[in-house]
Design a binder for this molecule. Sequence first.
Ligand code: GLA
Length: 389
Amino acid sequence: MTLKELSNEVAAGFHKKYGRAPRWVVAAPGRVNVIGEHTDYNDGFVLPMAIEHYAVMAADLSRSSGLISVHDGAADETAQIEIAKGVVRGNPKWSNYIRGVIAGFQGRGVKVPALDVFLRSTVPLGGGLSSSAALEVSTATLLEAATGEVMDPVEKALLCQKAEHEFAGVPCGIMDQFISVMGRPNQLLLLDCRSRKTRLVPMDDPAVAILIINSNVRHELGTGEYAKRRAQCEAAAKILGVKSLRDATADGLENAKNGMDDTIFRRARHVIGEIERTLHAAEGFRASNWVTVGQLMYASHASLRDDYEVSCPELDAIVEIGDAIGVKGGVFGCRMTGGGFGGCAVALVKTDAVREIIKTIAEEYKKKTGVEASLFTSRPAAGASVLRE
Ligand code: GLA
């Protein structure tokens, strides 16, 4: 479904639910991270792109004062958010991403009006494609349109990240909200998570495509382990005497090895190596050096699996299948993407082999794990936008 079709569908959903046409329609995309995993909260580099899957909201001012009603078309469930006294956490659970953003606007002194909202998201939930960031950024984009308070894009991403920290309890880095705000068609975004400066990296060669493979499994330990990894990285930086692992070097780490717990050592080795790989991969994309990019993706996966320990058997199986297909069969590289413990893998593939690759991975993955994967390609998409006002 194109974004236009999706937005028409959401506008129609609004009409059916509330009996009038919406005044605003906004959209914010999910993302896939091509490389640079678990580097954002270490002040490192990431290389994500926005995908052609979106959280779309259609809305109008509401007659009922003091309330934002958000109806989720897919779950057929409505969140009633009281805004008069300052927004707090509440139910349903998914509404907390929205609540956090409203609270962020209120915290900046913005007067948020009562709204009727119809929501639909095509970003797979819990799939490691930042369905939550899409929801946050979509909410922020709607509130910008409804209040006229248009924010600086960096501040907007930071406000959404804060919502995730404080209302969803996930101590995430800045990558997901950033790319959902700033994605560009046919471009990857090389983001320096320290300076928050971005550089566009073209991904417009029709001969290659980004294939996303959803393992359709999610192992519950995800959130707790994420916070643990963050703490381990901070511990490593402290031992190394640097502000963050961005400032550490492979040699420095090797020299400090004896005074370090092995787990902490391996966590730091992943981050230091991954920051390097991300910069090399950006160069590889610029030079259309697909084989090099692919090798960096495999190396990233191995490091996430062995040193960072955030992969799982299902993601490993997908990467092994990709590797077995090989460059001859059209797969340059493949790796887990996002926080880990399930969710998606990402592969760089030859466009003219996509059909065959999808068929092989789906079959082999089912054989190995008993689970059906979902596979789709996406071109890099535009970040959040107001589609109707
Ligand atoms: C999650 C977080 C991001 C990032 C990735 C790992 O998606 O939300 O900030 O840390 O994990 O790279």
